[in-house]
Design a protein around this ligand. Structure first.
Ligand SMILES: C[S+](C)CC[C@H](N)C(=O)O
Ligand SMILES: N[C@@H](CCS)C(=O)O
Ligand SMILES: [Zn+2]
Length: 344
């Protein structure tokens, strides 16, 4: 049974945040960290290709984020879709098993972390005693339909004209069911680029009676709009309307928009707000490379963390092109503040 199934999910999540010390630390970029370790992501499956080629590397990156201070690690299923695996020649059974495996790898990393914590066998974590008490959740990533298209449309929110809310529900349905039964604590709907997909997610959670809670996180193009142009407040209201959604947030968005976005989200929901921006660089889908825009360095990124917390963010981490160093710096920045115990 997942940690958040034991009691009503939102209360369970509030309790989790209290045990974390009032705020939670998310992990950083998974795919781009795999890439930094030599993985080739130039494939329609992007990081999900590593589930076939290098599961040991995925587990190692999860462990690196745990060692850096993460309270939540996000599985490697962002672009792991049954349709994508089948296009690679896998049977439906093999595809479902590989999807489930993405969560199992994260759980293995957590088990290794907890085992070392119980033995106190570290010389690299900041505070061995705090690490041994640290609660850790595993989130099952669900990337958008645009991620599956592999054309960068999770950063435009523009889908083909014939894509409807029913198309999106049919596309995600079995994947969400498999991930909900995988042992994950929570589903992370990530890099959501438009309101239609947010509606599809909340309808699926209800229609399919999904047993674990979820967060909805959006990719945004400025301080008030998700990348499609829909208002973040409208998207956050969709998330707020669903009792199975226990967090609302922003990910894979430039750090410079995060503060305004937190303020907007706060106007429409009391659910915990999570933020995990990318490095501020821009993704080029044609080459699957990142280029400098107004690139923000790790140090600059971390300088904002206290303000984001004060503005209302309860969970902070990093997305693409952030690293374990980013997460270590976030963890230190938050723990060095004397943070009030926020009530949920
Ligand atoms: C979050 S983006 C960098 C993921 C990769 C994209 N869906 C692609 O396949 O190019
Ligand atoms: N959790 C995913 C998000 C990509 S935008 C990753 O870090 O690879
Ligand atoms: Zn990202």
């Amino acid at each position: 049974m997942g940690l958040l199934e034991t009691v009503e999910a939102s209360k369970g999540f509030a309790e989790f945040l209290r045990r974390c010390g009032g705020y939670g630390v998310l992990d950083g970029g998974l795919a781009t960290e795999l890439e930094r370790h030599g993985a080739d992501l130039n494939d329609p499956l992007w990081s999900a290709k590593c589930l076939m080629t290098s599961p040991h590397l995925i587990r190692r990156v999860h462990q690196d984020y745990l060692d850096a201070g993460a309270n939540i690690i996000i599985s490697s299923s962002y672009q792991a879709t049954l349709q994508g695996f089948e296009a690679n020649g896998l049977s439906r059974e093999e595809a479902e098993a590989l999807l489930k495996r993405s969560v199992e790898i994260a759980i293995e990393a957590r088990d290794i972390f907890n085992d070392r914590a119980s033995k106190g066998s570290w010389d690299f974590v900041d505070d061995v005693s705090a690490a041994s008490q640290r609660p850790v959740l595993v989130a099952a990533s669900v990337g958008s339909y645009g991620a599956y298209l592999s054309d960068g449309s999770e950063y435009s929110g523009i889908y083909p004209d014939n894509v409807s809310i029913d198309t999106l529900k049919d596309f995600h349905r079995r994947r969400v069911q498999v991930l909900a039964e995988s042992g994950a604590d929570i589903i992370a709907f990530e890099t959501t680029p438009n309101m239609m997909e947010a509606k599809a997610y909340v309808e699926l959670l209800e229609d399919e009676n999904i047993k674990i809670p979820a967060w909805l996180s959006f990719s945004c193009k400025d301080g008030i709009n998700v990348v499609s142009g829909d208002l973040i407040t409208d998207c956050a209201k969709v998330a707020d309307s669903c009792r199975k959604v226990i967090g609302v947030g922003i990910n894979c968005t430039s750090p410079r928009y995060i503060h305004d976005l937190i303020q907007s989200i706060q106007k429409v929901t009391d659910k915990p707000i999570l933020v995990y921006p990318n490095s501020g660089e821009t993704y080029v889908p044609e080459t699957k490379e990142w280029v400098k825009s107004n690139g923000v360095q790790d140090e600059d990124f971390v300088a904002y963390i206290g303000k984001w917390y004060e503005a209302g963010a309860s969970l902070v981490g990093g997305c693409c092109r952030t690293t374990p160093n980013t997460i270590r710096a976030i963890s230190r920045a938050l723990s060095s503040k004397s943070i009030d115990k926020r009530q949920f």
